[in-house]
Unconditional design. Structure first.
Length: 394
């Protein structure tokens, strides 16, 4: 651990680099069942993803512990984007600057989870001080870190404009996740299918039929270890399709999560004979009656033949219904596909500070590019029938 002191506001920071160092202290001040005292923090730490390290920070004011921050430090580089958005003459210099240097980003929260606020204050009225703490922490560690940006991710509720702009943060509204609300009357997957309009129901039946020749297996820790290389390959296929990937996992992550969470973390493999063509991971939150379709991997050479991606979604819905969950968190990507399954968008409250100069230029450009390329068609999707009469006429 190390300590940093700030004259302003009498803040001081105690930073640890392993969860084990703060586990006991955090357990004393965090509410029971709070996500920042969960063992899956250790799972991610033990997996040791490339280009990422972790900071567990105690916040003191006048030598009294008032709160904590869970921080991730990402070394963003050319491995994290796979798109030609910078491959144009006017942006050539911008690309060279990003590729040639390590752009370090500080994340308060978890890059690999949804609804995972990365800070906690004992006195809730101190909540807005997180912006001050993050900026002070950046300045106090400037020499060794050289941070170019700060992302305050997945805040539990929105801050006022005055609260974040006075610390030079901006609201980051491009980040939406997709959720599916499961109706009380859906006691089986067939009930879900019957709620779909005829067009979508027929499409779902065709998709499910296409995968019947594959075997789905619930993978144990030993299975995950045995399939480690294939999991890496299938997951990397997904990463390579993303324009930008803030953080990249490895096969060890799925093994560690299974060890730590047990039956609340399930990984399903889809096999053609002995070859795994795809996998999907689910996280169960029984106390919230919620399930998250977590990370997936697939072989795109077989995607069209077996409709792998859509079957992963349908099997996730089936799993959630069987287990009596009320909501499925489906993640950020492929909005149109998830809207076709009945999911709707949920806004996340994120705030970002970017260092003035070339990095801010790059961030502003990427933000504008995403806004113009995401499209709006997914918002028009509604697979559910409005009434039986309309369904009969389709």
């Amino acid at each position: 651990m190390f300590y940093r002191n700030s004259v302003q506001n009498s803040f001081s920071f105690q930073t640890a680099y392993t969860f084990n160092e703060v586990k006991e202290t955090w357990a004393k001040i965090l509410p029971e069942k709070h996500h920042l005292r969960d063992s899956d923090l250790e799972a991610l730490e033990n997996a040791n993803p490339e280009d990422l390290d972790f900071r567990y920070v105690n916040i003191y004011q006048n030598n009294e512990l008032i709160g904590l921050m869970y921080l991730q430090c990402l070394n963003f580089n050319s491995k994290h984007y796979h798109h030609n958005i910078f491959d144009r003459p006017v942006l050539k210099h911008l690309k060279q600057c990003i590729v040639s240097q390590s752009v370090k980003l500080l994340i308060c929260g978890n890059l690999f989870r949804v609804n995972f606020q990365g800070f906690y204050f004992i006195d809730k009225s101190n909540r807005e001080q997180i912006f001050d703490c993050l900026q002070l922490y950046r300045l106090e560690t400037k020499k060794e870190n050289g941070l170019c940006g700060i992302l305050l991710k997945d805040c539990s509720r929105e801050f006022t404009v005055k609260q974040f702009t006075c610390y030079q943060f901006k609201s980051f509204k491009q980040d939406l996740t997709m959720e599916l609300d499961l109706r009380d009357e859906w006691k089986s997957f067939d009930d879900y299918l019957n709620a779909l309009s005829r067009k979508y129901r027929q499409r779902a039946a065709k998709i499910q039929k296409s995968i019947q020749s594959l075997a789905m297996r619930d993978l144990s820790v030993d299975d995950l270890i045995a399939e480690k290389n294939q999991i890496t390959e299938l997951y990397q296929n997904i990463v390579q399709k993303q324009s930008i990937a803030l953080g990249i996992l490895n096969a060890e992550y799925f093994i560690e999560m299974k060890k730590k969470l047990g039956d609340n973390f399930r990984v399903y493999g889809y096999f053609l004979g002995d070859k795994m063509l795809a996998f999907s991971s689910n996280i169960y939150y029984p106390e919230k009656q919620k399930m998250e379709i977590h990370y997936i991997g697939l072989d795109y050479n077989y995607n069209n033949q077996y409709n792998l991606y859509f079957n992963l979604l349908f099997d996730g819905i089936k799993c959630a219904i069987i287990n009596g969950f009320k909501t499925i968190e489906m993640g950020r990507t492929a909005r149109e596909a998830k809207a076709n399954a009945g999911a709707h968008a949920v806004e996340n409250f994120n705030y970002i500070w970017v260092k003035p100069g070339i990095v801010r230029m790059a961030f502003n450009f990427i933000g504008s590019w995403f806004d113009s390329n995401i499209g709006e068609d997914w918002k028009k999707r509604n697979p559910f029938k409005s009434n039986s009469a309309q369904d009969q006429s389709e």
